[in-house]
Design a protein around this ligand. Structure first.
Ligand code: PLP
Length: 388
């Protein structure tokens, strides 16, 4: 059976060049980077090379990069670590209603255990935050505003620069989760005007279990783990050396491919998929901003179908897609992103997120469309939700 992977926003296939770069750090170079002997110095030096690559990717200084275990940990460190540093004077946090759970749940933790006041900014029908709403919500008690650069479920791009300017006017820090934009849009922390920025390796053809947080020089942040002095005392724990090397290689490749026009190629395939779906299947709704969205995501709502049934039927034919965030799939709850966007009830039960990458081919899409037309027809014919 043909296998088609259209779930790159959940995770991506490791680029073979990344694997090659990592392998010596499993076999030959195994020293602990905290040791001053030769074995330790080798891996320490390799980590610093990777830090330099990440800093070039984000256009910042290498000393402003902290390696973590994931996008999730970077988001937690951004929200909780700055609260620990600034929370005595300020107790207000602003996030958007469409953040990934790594931000949402860290915010809810702060609310429940530290009495932080959390404001969730609404989004419009396309999933975009209105900077005027931020202007209305922010006060001189706001310590941090956290708004994702790109939404991972629908691909909508947020007005980060405008929002960061508003945050700074009120003396608040600004964090953005750039997990879904890395490799798809150029990232320049000064251009965006952010103080903190999260990336994750496994969304850009790097390994799982490694991420980074950009922390602007001068920003105070306290570690959320307790232990050693690694990562400038901001993230204790012996470093995941092969993972960090993999992240360094993954961002280097992503940067080169970005400059060579990879997102445009992927967008052409995504647009082809969208046209084929809208031309061949009735009563579908495209979720996300029609223009301000990244190249690789297409989120479609299908009326009169249950999402799980659609996903499972596609899976039986070898096609991997997801209903939104990998973390919320299987929960049976409508996506908080689609709810915040007020997607009509008719379309909210069966959202399918097709997320493409550099390995996606036209043949993959033609097969997907052929199967999708068949499956949607079959499910609608037996649907208890009405309409054939
Ligand atoms: C926008 C966004 N932020 C954070 C994360 C979490 O990253 P990780 O899987 O590295 O913990 C994800 C993963 O789905 C994501 O899509």
């Amino acid at each position: 059976m043909r296998r088609v992977y259209l779930d790159s926003n959940s995770t991506t296939r490791l680029d073979p060049r990344v694997l090659e770069a990592m392998l010596p750090f499993f076999k030959e170079y195994y020293g602990n980077p905290s040791n001053i002997h030769n074995f330790g110095r080798e891996t320490k030096e390799a980590i610093e090379q990777a830090r330099k690559k990440v800093s070039e990717f984000l256009k910042c200084d290498p000393l402003e990069i902290v390696f973590t275990s994931s996008g999730t940990e970077s988001d937690n460190l951004a929200l909780i670590g700055t609260y620990k540093a600034y929370g005595v004077q300020k107790d207000h946090l602003i996030i958007s209603a469409v953040e990934h759970n790594a931000v949402r749940k860290a915010a809810y933790f702060l609310k429940k255990w530290h009495n932080v006041k959390v404001t969730e900014l609404p989004v419009d029908r396309y999933g975009q935050v209105d900077p005027d709403d931020l202007q209305k919500a922010i006060t001189d008690k706001t310590y941090l505003v956290s708004i994702m650069h790109v939404n991972n479920e629908v691909g909508t791009i947020q007005p980060i620069k405008e929002c960061a300017e508003i945050a700074h006017k009120y003396g608040a820090l600004f964090h953005t989760d750039a997990v879904a934009s890395a490799g798809k849009l150029p990232l320049d922390v000064n251009e965006l005007g952010v103080d903190l920025l999260t990336i994750s390796a496994h969304k850009i053809h790097g390994p799982k279990g490694v991420g980074a947080l950009y922390i602007r020089r001068g920003v105070q942040i306290e570690s959320i783990l307790y232990g050693g002095e690694q990562e400038f005392e901001r993230r204790p724990g012996t470093e995941n050396v092969p993972g960090i090397i993999g992240l360094g290689e993954a961002v280097k490749i992503a940067d080169a491919e970005l400059k060579a026009g990879m997102p445009q190629k992927i967008a052409a395939l995504r647009d082809y998929l969208e046209a084929q779906i809208t031309n061949n299947i009735s009563e579908v709704c495209i979720n996300g901003h029609p223009q301000n969205r990244v190249s690789n995501v297409l989120n479609v709502g299908f009326a009169y179908i249950e999402g799980e049934a659609l996903l499972l039927n596609l899976d039986l034919e070898g096609i991997a897609v997801s209903s939104g965030s990998a973390c919320s799939s299987g929960s049976g709850q409508p996506s908080h992103v689609l709810l915040a966007m007020r997607v009509p009830l008719k379309y909210i039960n069966a959202p399918v997120r097709f997320s493409l990458d550099k390995y996606t081919t036209q043949k993959d899409l033609d097969y997907t469309i052929e199967v999708l037309i068949k499956v949607v027809k079959r499910l609608r014919a037996i649907s208890p939700l009405g309409q054939i």
